[in-house]
Each structure stands twice: as C-alpha cells, then as structure tokens.
Design a protein around this ligand. Structure first.
Ligand SMILES: *Cc1c(COP(=O)(O)O)cnc(C)c1O
Length: 388
C-alpha cells in the first residue's frame, strides 16, 4: 500500500521550482484533474509540451505498441527502426539530417557545436528576449541576466543584440568570427513575440554572406504551435539548423536538431553523442506525434482555432485598460499587461484555468493543439472575468 504524501515528501525535491496549486493526479483532453476531483482547464499544457492533450489515444497506442516490441532503449551503437522513420518524417519538407537528444537546451548546445565545427569560427549571436535553455552555452545565449549571473563565467563569445536591429546585426555578425546566429521565429519565454519576417529574411542573407549558421530555435514555437509544422514556414526562410523539443516526444523527454546537408557534411562519427537520444520507445511516440500534427487538416484546425482565440484576446485587450496588447500566432498567445502578471495567473487558477507568465508582465496562453472551440471560449471567458 502507498502511504499518503507528507510535507517531507514535497520538501525532498530540490527547491529550484516554486510549485503552486493542487496535486494533479490525472488528465483528460485539455483538463488536468486534481486530487480532490476538481478539473482545471489547462492552457499551459506542460509548457507547450502536451500538444495532443492528456490521455491522447494516439500517444497511448504508440506507447503500447512500443512496449510490445520489448525495446525501450538500445543505444546509438546500433540501428533501430523508429528513430530512422522519425528522422525521415522530420526531413520531409526541407531535407538534411537529424540528431536526436533529450531536451531543448541540449538541442541548442548541439547546434552550437555543429556550427563551430562547420564554420571553423567560435562566436554566437542571439537576441533580446531570447530563451534558449539553462546549460552553459544555451544560458549564455539567453537574455535573462538574473538566470545567468550566479553561474558566470558561461560560454564566452556570445553577444545578445537588439531584436530587429539591422545595423547592430550587420556590425556583430562577421565572416571572421561568427559561428552561429540563434533566434526563435516566435519568442516564447521572453514574451510571445513573433519576429517580423523581414528580419528573418535579412538574417538569412547576412548568414549566407558571412558563412554563419542560422539556427532557428523552434523548441516552443515549432511542431504546429503557430499553425504550420515549423514556425519559420510563415517567413519562407530556411535556416541551416532547427531545434525542436517541447511537444516532440508527446510528453516524454526528446529533442532534435535538424541539420542541413551542408553542415551535416562537416560532421563525422565521434563529433557528438548522447546515450538516450532517439531511442525506440520515445521515437515511436514522437513519430505518431509528428505525423498527427503534420496532417494539413490538423494544422488548418490549429490556425482556425488560433483565429478564434486571437480574436477573443484582441477584443479583451481593446476593452481592458489593464491589457496593453494581445499578440501571438496559431495557439501561442500572450496578453501583455500594464501590471505584474503573476497575481492574475493565480486568480485564473482559483477559477480553475491554468495559464502561465512569459516575463513579468505577460500572461501566456498555450493550450493543447487539440483544444476544442468550446474550451477556448470557456478559457477566454475566465480570462475576461479575471481581468474585469
Ligand atoms: C523551453 C525552451 C528551451 C529549453 O528547453 P528544455 O527542454 O527546458 O531544455 C529552449 N528554447 C526555447 C525556445 C524554449 O521554449
């Protein structure tokens, strides 16, 4: 028999998270269910991870099938089928090759290494409002001084430039020194900010001219979140590498680096590795996640629901003096407030709606991509009440 949790059990977890709210014991569709049976409408989705919602039959069936094979892990010393099929699926649109890892930060760290090996240069350029992860190189490229400061020195040679500043980028990105430019086509943690297409086009041109690897961090905005399989598709720009993670493994830890043939050609056995990356269990699940999301009808539905959510949030923004702006794309939205967002996130939770912040003054809304129109209406109504 399992004994009830005690306060000592909770304090056995390292205190680097300020966990709040109830103890969740189950999930169904777009709802999380607490210990006392209360249902919470979940517009956090495990931080844009649970794209197919809770208890998804797609994920469930993939997991059961993966278990039936008896293979959870084999290592990258040998070939297995699911990883090869998944890599083929992910390279359908833009070609290239794939490296599988286990998280978003790890994907970006790997992309930096690949950029250095290919370019034979060292420096990295990132932008204001960026979030690329919490490891020593990805954190150096993350525009959160409070996250960085206690752990310095981080990776040297990383510059963070004003987002959209063509002159600053022209000065900083050079043929002599710059190995990589990393950017989220739609910024997530930094405040749900779609980057203007023209700036991505400009970076593509400058990176090509200077022999610099252009990396799109699609860890949060990729895989259908913004209504296209890759967020970059809206701009027409093809990067040299894209990184994926959050929704990829259907809730299991998985990251990926999509690498152009040009950069892949500079890499040889031994250049990079990870024990767990792309194992048969997680890859079986991820393949079904990617196939489901890549379906044109699924993506069209995300776009249509995104219009609906966007219209509700824009209307809310126009009516409320507490809201400065609603911005987003697809099912990735933010309400920029004229006040601190955390108390309103707590107030929404009191009304059984889960949303999260993106920086100090923004409420972020990233529901499962399978969310129903009714649930979107219900969530928007709760947000209106909270901001009334
Ligand atoms: C979450 C996130 C990361 C880091 O991913 P982890 O899996 O937490 O390491 C990197 N980039 C972006 C854009 C993210 O949203």
């Amino acid at each position: 028999m399992t004994l009830p949790l005690t306060t000592t059990d909770a304090t056995a977890l390292l205190g680097v998270y300020a966990r709040v709210g109830p103890l969740f014991v189950a999930g169904e569709g777009s709802e999380l269910i607490a210990e006392d049976g209360t249902r919470y409408l979940d517009f956090v989705a495990g931080i844009a991870v649970n794209a197919l919602g809770y208890n998804s039959p797609v994920i469930r069936e993939a997991m059961l099938r993966a278990l039936d094979s008896g293979l959870i892990h084999v290592s990258n010393l040998y070939r297995t089928e699911p990883g090869e099929r998944l890599a083929a699926e992910l390279t359908k649109s833009f070609g290239g090759q794939v490296f599988f890892c286990n998280s978003g930060a790890e994907a970006n760290e790997g992309a930096f290494k690949f950029a250095r090996k290919w370019s034979k240069k060292t420096e990295i350029v990132a932008f204001n409002g960026s979030f690329h992860g919490r490891l020593f190189a990805s954190l150096a490229a993350t525009d959160r001084p409070d996250y960085r400061r206690p752990f310095e020195p981080l990776l040297a040679g990383v510059q963070i430039l004003p987002l959209g500043d063509v002159e600053a980028a022209t000065r900083a990105i050079t043929a002599q020194r710059t190995a990589a430019v990393i950017i989220e086509p739609v910024q997530g943690e930094g405040g749900v900010r779609p980057v203007p297409d023209a700036f991505l086009v400009f970076l593509r041109q400058l990176c090509t001219e200077t022999g610099t690897a252009l990396i799109f961090d699609e860890v949060q905005c990729g895989l259908g979140r913004t209504g296209t399989l890759f967020a970059s598709e809206a701009s027409g720009v093809v990067p040299d590498m894209s990184t994926l993670a959050k929704p990829l493994g259907g809730g299991l830890p998985m990251g990926a680096i999509l690498v152009s043939d040009r950069i892949a050609g500079a890499l040889a056995p031994g250049d990079h590795a990870t024990t767990f990356g792309g194992g048969p269990f997680v890859a079986t699940v991820a393949l079904e996640v990617v196939r489901t999301i890549a379906d044109p009808d699924f993506l069209a539905d995300v776009r249509a629901k995104g219009e609906l959510l966007g219209a509700r949030l824009r209307a809310l923004s126009a009516r409320s003096r507490r809201v400065k702006e609603a911005r987003g794309r697809g099912l990735m939205w933010g309400l920029e407030l004229n006040e601190v967002a955390a108390p309103l996130v707590a107030a929404a939770r009191e009304r059984h709606l889960l949303v999260l912040t993106a920086g100090p003054t923004m409420i972020r809304v990233v529901p499962p991509l399978t969310v129903t129109r009714e649930d979107l209406e219900r969530g928007a109504t709760i947000l209106e009440e909270v901001l009334a």
